[in-house]
Design a protein. Structure first.
Length: 695
């Protein structure tokens, strides 16, 4: 949208800008950061036509606009909210606002309409519409300056030092408004001395020092870069102001939101695959010995397979170990595969399931610490920082989800808003009032919220930038819809299962085409679900996991039933952590329908209790236009049962399913013998919900 090439500017004989190159794309927020006198305001004034550049070119949407006068720049779509507000103190709020649209020569009705829009965005200005601008507080004057610029409905808004001289609380308010503006599609060039603030509110940033750009890049990267951050803090403490390029930029007045904002790093320290493998082998040897010595169940299984812990000499020995399944967990209810004494168990969690068949997992303190650590790593990989507010809308209690999201969030230093699932009104209220920047839920819940946000028309009033969702498969179309209705939020699919600590054992990275999994905590094998033989990298199969340091309930070659594949090679995001595809399906027949787990066997049971019904049936799953799951059940009548009884039978089946499984299904009754039979197990479940490619 805006392109600045080799721009120079002088104040008399003194040169202020030295060959500035800068670009802003449509819809982007770009921060220009630097100390007083770095040249930031000069650059903005050149853009607005308030100062004539001495060289170089400014182009807007492909047209050369160098040396264009300010009124024309406003008509071309630029507006400036200047440093120091520059409101007219003897004019009223309304009169000040109207000044912003003067170059456009608008009809009175249009000016009034725009003013009302400004008032709805800045309710404080509405309260003071008749008041003289000189009597407003600093924050209100800043709102007025921004409102005046917005009267021109700019396509590119230039904000010069919006937080200068404001109290932290007022600064929060101003930045919330900037964020809303960005979400509603306004392109923004933000000039700020408060580097941490500016970086966290922008997509890209340029660091300006003595009239030159000395650093540029993605803001999240600059904000998270440990070297730059230590330079921030170094500069802020005055200990070593010239220690770095940021220090050289003179950023000595950075106000940090939290005193302990040093970047914590939760990524592993190994640098090569060989180092990772050495760590994995040590972990595997420890795990096999620990399980063998700690659990009689494991000892029996290993003995039966002829394994003694001394035989594990390389990672290739993994395939010799016996598989562990959900049956092993259920058989050992209530404390299956426990490998430490009870006095070391500090917590239990359970997975959902029919009563009496829940999988219960024990945790030692170290297990919980490890889980918290790598959950924080998930947040780090998704770019969550201590400036974020994380609204957690997953289940709390005996389930692993809530605890995991909560502890990881606190560990990384972000603000947790623990709401739990459902409760749509409260969720929306908190999104609006707390301005949560991250939303965590299941995919269905995210979709539900997205639709509600859309319905209530509040997309530009919320601040969610990232959605972390898990526990369900989701198509690209569904992801796109959630992102769109949430005002363009970035989605991150998080993986995990209760047996393997809980959620947070891997997450999608910023490249959005894989899940990085924590290879320093567990091993992944991909097996053919039929033959149980290992498959080569890149082929789809069942994920089988072996933990490397889990104490209370170690897992040895545990069959997760999740279908995925290993993606070989390194990711473009730069992480060395290994990766797999997003989970495509489950190898057993469990159907996940509107967040409810349904086993086909339970449908079997219900149908067999209805007289007049045959044994063959098919379950068809699809998604309707609103991306909601639909379940259609095709059932055969029993031999000799007449078609005219279909309505009565359908009614009874629907009633029973609703009563026992708590879901509504669509029913179709067909003649006996019309569904296909097979020698092997008939294919009964047809899941057409994921038509598009899953990467
Ligand atoms: Zn990656």
């Amino acid at each position: 949208m805006l392109k600045i090439k080799n721009l120079t500017a002088h104040y008399g004989a003194a040169q202020a800008l030295f060959g500035i190159d800068l670009e802003i794309a449509q819809g982007e927020t770009v921060a220009l950061v630097g100390a007083n006198g770095a040249g930031k305001s000069t650059l903005l004034k050149c853009l607005m036509g308030l100062i004539k550049p001495s060289g170089g070119q400014i182009s807007l949407n492909g047209n050369d606009v160098t040396n264009t006068n300010p009124a024309r720049m406003v008509r071309l779509g630029l507006a400036l909210s200047p440093e120091g507000r520059e409101v007219f103190g003897h004019l009223s709020v309304q009169e000040n606002l109207l000044l912003g649209a003067i170059p456009l020569k608008l009809a009175k009705a249009e000016s009034t309409k725009r003013m009302e829009e400004i008032f709805s965005r800045f309710p404080k200005l509405l309260e003071r519409r008749e008041q003289l601008a000189g009597t407003l507080s600093g924050g209100e004057q800043q709102m007025l300056a921004m409102g005046r610029a917005l009267m021109a409905k700019p396509t590119l808004l230039l904000l010069d030092e919006p937080s200068l001289g404001l109290a932290p609380l007022i600064t929060d308010e101003i930045f919330a408004i900037i964020h809303q503006l960005a979400r509603s599609g306004t392109t923004i060039l933000l000039v700020e001395q408060n580097a941490a603030r500016a970086l966290s509110a922008s997509d890209n940033a340029y660091l300006l020092s003595n009239g030159k750009i000395i650093e540029q890049g993605k803001s999240s990267k600059l904000l998270n870069d440990p070297i730059l951050r230590s330079a921030f803090l170094g500069a802020a403490s005055d200990a070593n102001p010239a220690a770095s390029r940021l220090g050289a930029a003179g950023l000595t007045n950075i106000r940090l939101e939290k005193p302990d904002m040093q970047q914590q790093n939760f990524m592993p320290t190994f640098k090569t695959e060989a180092e990772l493998q050495a760590h994995q082998l040590t972990g595997l040897q420890w795990t096999v010995r620990h399980a063998y010595e700690g659990s009689s169940v494991y000892r029996q299984k290993l003995d039966a397979a002829g394994i003694n812990p001394d035989l594990i000499r390389s990672l290739d020995d993994l395939v010799k170990l016996p598989l562990t399944t959900t049956a092993d967990l259920r058989d050992g209810y209530p404390f299956p595969l426990r490998s430490v004494p009870f006095e070391q168990v500090v917590r239990v969690h359970a997975s959902s399931g029919t009563t009496g068949k829940r999988k219960v997992l024990c945790y030692t303190q170290k297990d919980l610490d490890d889980w918290t650590h790598f959950f924080a790593r998930c947040y780090q990989m998704a770019g969550v920082t201590p400036l974020d507010r994380v609204q957690i809308a997953v289940g709390y209690g005996v389930w692993t989800a809530g605890m995991g999201f909560q502890l990881g969030c606190e560990k990384i230093g972000a603000m947790a808003v623990p709401v739990g699932p459902g409760n749509i009104d409260m969720q929306i209220q908190f999104l609006l009032d707390f301005q949560s920047t991250v939303f965590c839920s299941t995919a269905s819940m995210a979709l539900l919220m997205a639709e509600e946000i859309h319905k209530r028309g509040v997309a530009d009033k919320i601040a969610v930038k990232k959605i972390i969702y898990g526990s369900e498969r989701s198509s690209r179309a569904m992801r796109q819809k959630i992102s769109d209705l949430f005002g363009g939020a970035e989605l991150f699919d998080i993986t995990g299962l209760t047996e393997l600590y809980g959620p947070g054992t891997g997450i999608e990275c910023s490249e959005h085409d894989c899940i990085h999994y924590w290879g320093d905590y567990y091993l992944v094998e991909i097996l053919d679900p039929e033959t149980l033989q290992p498959l080569p990298d890149g082929e789809w199969g069942e994920m089988v996991v072996t933990t490397l340091c889990k104490e209370a309930v170690p897992l040895i070659r545990y069959r997760t039933r999740d279908i995925t594949r290993i993606i070989p090679g390194l990711c473009h995001c730069g992480s060395i952590l290994p990766r797999h595809s997003r989970i495509k399906a489950r190898s057993d027949d469990t159907i996940k329908f509107r967040g409810v787990n349904i086993y086909p066997s339970s449908i079997d049971t219900i149908l067999s209790a209805v007289p007049g019904i045959g044994s063959e049936y098919q379950i068809h799953l699809s998604r309707d236009n609103a991306e909601r799951d639909q379940l259609r059940l095709i059932v055969e009548r029993a031999e000799g049962v007449e078609a005219k009884r279909s309505a009565e039978l359908s009614h009874e089946i629907s009633h029973q399913i609703k009563k026992q499984l708590l879901v509504s299904v669509e029913l179709e009754l067909v003649d006996y013998g019309s569904l296909p039979r097979s020698e092997k197990k008939s294919k009964r479940v047809f899941d057409d919900r994921f038509m598009d490619e899953i990467v």
